[in-house]
Design a protein around this ligand. Sequence first.
Ligand code: PLP
Ligand code: COI
Length: 368
Amino acid sequence: MTDRTATTPLSFTVHRHSQPVASAERAKLLADPGFGRVFTDHMAMIRYSEGKGWHSAEISARKPLLLDPASAVLHYAQEIFEGLKAYRLADGSLAMFRPDANAHRFQQSARRLAMPELPADLFVGAISELVNLDRDWFPSVEGGSLYIRPFMFANEVFLGVKPSAEYLFLVIVSPVGGYFKSGAPAVSIWVSQDYTRAAPGGTGAAKCGGNYASSLVAQAEASRHGCDQVVFLDAAEHRWVEELGGMNVFLVFEDGTLQTPPLSGTILPGITRDSLITLARSEGLTVREQPYAIDQWRADARSGHLTEAFACGTAAVVTPIGRVASPDGEFKIGAGGPGQLTSRLKQKLVDIQHGRAPDPHGWVHKIG
Ligand code: PLP
Ligand code: COI
């Protein structure tokens, strides 16, 4: 399988859009982009063929893809993706947050899905070139950023069940505001008792589209119960808190300690999760990466031992959890709004992301 990971220095052929969106129309879109509905003018694409490796790197106008109806991804879901953001720094330049960590996770996801690993320099290079070209698409809305979506899928034309011999890697960019429509200070979450997201030995730690497809029915159940997000429990005992549909979860206790479920192979190793653990520990806080039972959560919230809870991820940043509901009833966390430690850690993270605070860990990657 060596040809699957071989690094060939590839340079991107750039074909500029012949009819980019007019600047007045772009300005209108950028004033209130929402999440994931507005896209920039261009996309990056690299092809992979067995025996040839990565080839044909290009940046071109964002356009629909032509796929054969027998393309493997349409049948067996061999697909992975990433999500990261570019922020505007005080000096007007753009910077990505920890793109090397996304490149690494993309390789881990590729391994789990029997796909070729894209060299990290190509992953980061494709994103940097694309964001630099579409830099005028930075949103004007307060708190806005460019949400970058790299993804790869199998496109061999073959109905046999096996790893594909052909793949497309693409990057698209979406100017975004906040992830949650409600804009509420804290979100409510629904405990899924009937559905699980991942089982030991499964694909829970990989960022593959299939994980999200299987979470949708649980997310729909959460919405029906008036909740913003679903929280999944472990597959074996339906007892241990794992993560939300698209975010990791943290608990904060009255003694100022934090806890988050461990990376046991069934949850996504979030880059925001990792960054917050590093930031909290560097201010001397205790962070336990240990399992936490849903019954304990209810008991701790009711006794006041648990004072805050929050969800975190690239799209959601740090979002306080105010209420947890399930068929067994519901409970409130603290006063139901953003807690002090949650707000402080969030501020610390976004200050580094926006270049307003020193970056001792080398997380900020300037573009251009
Ligand atoms: N868990 C899931 C299932 C996710 O989809 C995400 C979002 O990417 C996360 C956790 C948080 O990961 P990150 O902080 O790397 O965005
Ligand atoms: C992200 O935070 O990047 C995610 O992928 C979450 C969601 C939009 C799927």
